[in-house]
Design a protein around this ligand. Structure first.
Ligand code: ADP
Ligand code: MG
Length: 322
């Protein structure tokens, strides 16, 4: 490495992210000392991004920095937690300062937006790989679990799933679209928005919650099976963005919305008697979510067409551009 490991940490990571008074000791010692608020539970998540597996080789460093944190913030959002601290394990083929500058900026910008302090990590040399661990809090006993759903609960999703899968296909040249549409969809893959504020507010209303990272249909299925029930999704209610429809057409757009990955939206269930309150307190138009179906007694996932016929989908949206 050109720059020393010590100088690298000092320059790019010692002051990354937000400053927080609950960080007694951050980057610089053998470990961080952190103070949790009284009456809270600590919520922890970790995710690893490997070059060529989780992002294309040669991706923009700012996007890699953003995504490495965003995917973890999304996991905390799904629990209804408020994020506080992050640790970053970085494996780099070389210490390219231009790359590090951009990576740290992408990471730090998102961290500051969510008041997350970078409190430690590890730096090693090897094939490009980034692990981020995020720690946050929920008031004791209030976290949203996948297992909290019940038959009859209404099912919702935030945002417009499928955009990120199309964005990745555009990045990789497997799909083409107009400049404007392409820019918007790529942005959804490169800089996903973890739904942290929505997750926190949903603690009051949702019976179950999961973040959509591997495709809505599969992840809704995980929520329902953890809840010991099944799920029924109404095909016409699956939200799709204008841009996605313009890039791939209406039919493929819904297919991608159900099976594409990397969206980092929230899929959540709400008891029927709480739906009214949810809509009143978090207006769907303002908070960007939509009702897409219902949890049902019989296990498994079904998608119903407008005339209530059962539709069949493979769980991988990937092949559609092959
Ligand atoms: P040790 O050998 O005791 O584990 P290191 O020399 O690896 O310590 O790290 C020194 C300090 O820098 C520690 O506080 C560690 O958490 C922090 N650190 C190392 N790499 C990173 C990184 N990529 N991002 C943030 N902090 C880091
Ligand atoms: Mg040590």
């Amino acid at each position: 490495m050109g720059i020393s490991e010590f100088a690298l940490i000092e320059r790019y990571f010692r002051h990354s992210g937000a400053r927080r008074s609950d960080v007694r000791l951050g980057v610089g010692d053998d470990a961080a000392l952190l103070e949790s608020p009284p009456g809270s539970e600590l919520v922890a998540a970790i995710d690893t991004l490997v070059e060529g597996v989780h992002f294309p080789v040669g991706s923009r460093a700012a996007s890699i920095g953003h995504r490495a944190l965003a995917v973890n913030l999304s996991d905390l959002a799904a629990m209804g937690a408020r994020p506080a601290w992050a640790l970053l394990a970085l494996t780099l083929p070389s210490a390219d300062e231009g790359w590090l500058e951009e990576f740290a900026a992408g990471f730090s910008q998102l961290a500051r937006a969510h008041q997350v302090a970078l409190v430690g990590g590890d730096t090693t040399s090897g094939p490009l790989c980034i692990s981020v661990q995020v720690l946050g809090h929920v008031p004791r006993g209030t976290a949203m679990l996948r297992a909290g759903g019940k038959p009859g609960d209404a099912l919702f999703v935030s945002g417009t799933p499928g955009d990120a899968a199309a964005g990745l296909a555009l990045e990789q040249g497997r799909l083409t679209a107009s400049d404007e549409v392409s820019a918007r969809l790529r942005e959804r893959f490169l800089f996903p928005t973890p739904r942290v504020a929505l997750g926190e507010r949903l603690r009051q209303f949702a019976s179950g919650c999961i973040d959509v990272s591997d495709g809505l249909l599969g992840d809704a299925g995980k929520l329902s099976s953890a809840s010991g029930c099944g799920v029924q999704i109404d095909y016409p209610h699956v939200p799709v963005s204008e841009q996605l429809v313009s890039a791939v057409g209406e039919v493929r757009a819904r297919e991608l919305a159900l099976t594409g990955g990397d969206d980092y939206e929230l899929c959540f269930s709400v008891r029927p008697e709480n739906v009214h309150k949810l809509h009143a307190e978090l207006p769907p138009g303002q908070w960007g979510y939509r009702r897409i179906g219902v949890l049902v007694e019989s296990p498994g996932s079904t998608v119903l067409s407008a005339d209530s016929a059962v539709m069949h989908f493979s769980h991988s949206g990937f092949d559609h551009f092959a």
